[in-house]
Design a protein around this ligand. Sequence first.
Ligand SMILES: Cc1cc2nc3c(=O)[nH]c(=O)nc-3n(C[C@H](O)[C@H](O)[C@H](O)COP(=O)(O)O)c2cc1C
Length: 166
Amino acid sequence: MAIDQTLFREAMSTLAASVTIITTDGPGGRHGMTATAVCSVSDEPATVLACINRTSTMNARVKQNGVMCLNVLGGHHQDLSMLFANPRICVEDRFAKAEWDRSITGSPVLSNALIALDCEVSEITEVGTHSVFFGRLTDLAIATEHAPLLYFGRGFHTLKPQGTAA
Ligand SMILES: Cc1cc2nc3c(=O)[nH]c(=O)nc-3n(C[C@H](O)[C@H](O)[C@H](O)COP(=O)(O)O)c2cc1C
């Protein structure tokens, strides 16, 4: 039985997720976009995946460049996440609002990201409207002093330790 698309989207809106800015650079040019469809796949070899809509500019850029960096955001990055989710804002304006380093594969790395996972694309699988990009890690950085930015119920949240007032 086919699942109703609206019902599926409603269900997925209650799947709490970390918010990431995926970045890339190379022959296809620099780009970055906000994504929640990101997860760990394997620790040997260290591999992650990201699902990117085939109609997005980001999809073509990652295919051209063969590299991506997953920059996991903190609660202080909410404005930045909105910027990188707005197709009307050009790439220069998106990157202008934060400080970036460069990874060993050339992708932009957000200076104060919670985690930065630098990857080479090892495999791409096309599924419906999205491409699933598997990324083999080439480098990573961790900074755990910030609470994560979460997306749940079509809104942004941050994580509070249990036992504190809501
Ligand atoms: C919280 C949030 C999560 C998102 N997650 C994804 C995602 O996982 N994959 C995706 O393709 N687009 C996702 N988007 C939409 C893209 O960020 C948006 O389409 C963006 O404009 C794409 O940029 P581009 O067209 O310049 O490539 C998300 C948007 C928001 C606000």
